[in-house]
Write a protein that binds this ligand. Structure first.
Ligand SMILES: [Zn+2]
Length: 236
């Protein structure tokens, strides 16, 4: 029950922080079977309850659908879990400040310690390289595999004209990374605006990234975020 509660909280936390709109989703690898993962049925994140959480195998087949509709982009989750045994949680979102970096040649760079993971690389997934003329949704195993390949060993990837995906070795880290990826994108735009064309910006260097990433596990924020989210659930 605890992992399911954590996942329900994660949906609400991400919605509250403006990271997922009506369409984003977050999953967690099962703690009983690493060949399975948990993801909500197709539902707006703020409405997710424990009974909406479904279990999938890594081919993204629902184990016990009971009439519940699956998220079409679930292959993002299944294919990343297959490719990355270290990953225990995946967030896919359309957070608005991140998308412009997916459609320009300006890369996201590590600009502050809470989002130091950006310095480990945030590649950009060009869906056209995998399939032309799509509606941009990653709704087949083939597209999920292509996205997982672009992600590689990185903590996050942009998805051109669509959104992004963040991963972590636990739920708090994947959720925290999504929240701070959005903030980092906003701050980078502000810094570039202040600096002006050709202006200098002091990004984190590689040594600072290496020193910061292990520390930024969002472990202090998580109990607060979770308690607030579940308090909202009980008052419904
Ligand atoms: Zn999407």
């Amino acid at each position: 029950m605890s992992l399911i509660e954590d996942l329900v909280a994660a949906y609400r936390i991400l919605a509250e922080h403006g990271v997922i709109d009506a369409y984003g989703h977050v999953s967690v690898r099962s703690d009983r079977d690493p060949g399975r993962y948990l993801l909500s049925r197709s539902l707006a994140p703020e409405l997710v309850l424990p009974e909406d959480i479904m279990e999938y195998d890594l081919d993204s087949n629902p184990i016990d659908p009971r009439g519940r509709e699956s998220v079409r982009e679930r292959f993002i989750h299944g294919e990343i879990y297959k490719a990355r045994p270290d990953v225990k949680s995946v967030v896919h979102n359309h957070s608005p400040s991140v998308v412009p970096f997916s459609i320009t040649t300006v890369s996201m760079r590590p600009i502050f310690h809470m989002a130091a993971f950006v310095g480990e690389g945030v590649p950009n997934f060009e869906i056209r390289d995998a399939e032309k003329g799509t509606d941009l949704l990653v709704k087949t195993p083939h597209l999920g595999q292509a996205l997982a390949r672009t992600l590689g060993k990185c903590p996050a990837a942009l998805m051109r004209g669509h959104g992004s995906v963040t991963v972590g070795e636990n739920l708090p880290r994947a959720v925290g990374r999504s929240i701070y990826l959005e903030l980092s994108a906003r701050m980078q735009l502000e810094a570039m605006t202040i600096a002006g064309p050709g202006g200098k910006i002091a990004y984190l260097d590689d040594m600072e990234v290496k020193a910061s990433v292990p520390v930024q596990d969002y472990a202090r924020a998580w109990p607060l975020w979770r308690a607030k989210a579940l308090a909202g659930l009980k008052s419904q």
